[in-house]
Design a protein around this ligand. Sequence first.
Ligand code: PMP
Ligand code: GLN
Length: 383
Amino acid sequence: LNQQLEALPTTIFTVMSALAREHNAINLGQGFPDTEGPQDIVQTAVNALLDGQNQYAPLTGLPELRQAVAESNRRFQGLNINPDTEVVVTSGATEALAASLMALIEPGDEVVLIEPLYDTYLPVVLQLGGVPRLVRLEHPDWTLPRQALADAFSARTKAILLNTPMNPTGKVFTHDELSFIAGLLREHDAYALCDEVYEHLTFGAKHISLMTLPGMRERCIRIGSAGKSFSMTGWKVGYVTAPAPIASVIAKAHQNLVFATAPNLQRAVAAGLRKDTDYFTQIAADFAGKRDLLSDGLRKLGLDVLPCHGSYFVIADISPLARGEDDMTFAKTLTIEAGVATIPASAFYSQLNGTPPAHLLRFAFCKQEQVLRDALSRIETWQ
Ligand code: PMP
Ligand code: GLN
């Protein structure tokens, strides 16, 4: 058996969701909305099934979805994308990330990763024989340590993996930070794999695609997800935008991993991407309200809530509540005793890069307001 995979623990999202179910806890752990996404696109998916969209879709995606992805790139980022050669539809952003890393990395290539980091990044880099160079954001403000980032680049750097808006921190990288990263990529002739699944979920801050910065159009692979943009995390439809020579290699990886993604869902996602700009403004406003409700409530419980400008998540310092327990132990205590599941933030750090912080929990706020209120009152009663 493959020893790296055999040794890989089951993802923390699955572990905490199982514990939440076992103890009837409110699940603010795994990031999935508890309300239905737009019903018109659900209807489009149903109609497409009845309409015979039941056989293999084209390898790189339905033409109508590739066209919609290109149009969305133009509408929201001013990018000029060829839908025939520069878009690949995948089965979720998870597959898009793995396929893109497969397309980029050869054994020994260095990949710069920013901690805290989403849980699939590091195992896939290692599986491919890539060499991770980890750079840790500084909390509590999630400041990018520029010198450490510059030091992580070398002649062997193949790529940086950049997630903005960022899971689990809610950080949205500024234009200035992106310019600094772009400078490093130009200097070291490296690529950027840009995980932008939360592109439409920003609160006050503006999401900027690194691909729009000077010299970056040819170096960036940009990834989106219908799961996040349309609150359909179970659909697992992702989309990659990349320069044609890179997109064609990503398509080769996709051909061996999945080959093609469910055509009815692709049609529905195409309709979703064509929605009025009002839809995208509204979904961000809804999530901003949820972020505020949860953050204010956690502050009233005496916790420090770290800054969050996007995504589904906010991180809080649990020291006042945790009675000396580390985040992993306390996340279990809170699930079992208070009935509220969260994710210990240390799960987003690698042991390869020193001791992770043990006093931070990630709370998902992509839930109905009453559910958030109930979770807060459960913690208040328990404390
Ligand atoms: N990247 C990030 C940062 C995520 O948070 C997630 C899932 N929430 C994914 C990728 C995976 O997205 P998908 O469900 O489309 O595979
Ligand atoms: N991305 C989701 C999160 O961060 C989880 C996805 C999964 O469970 N694989 O909570």
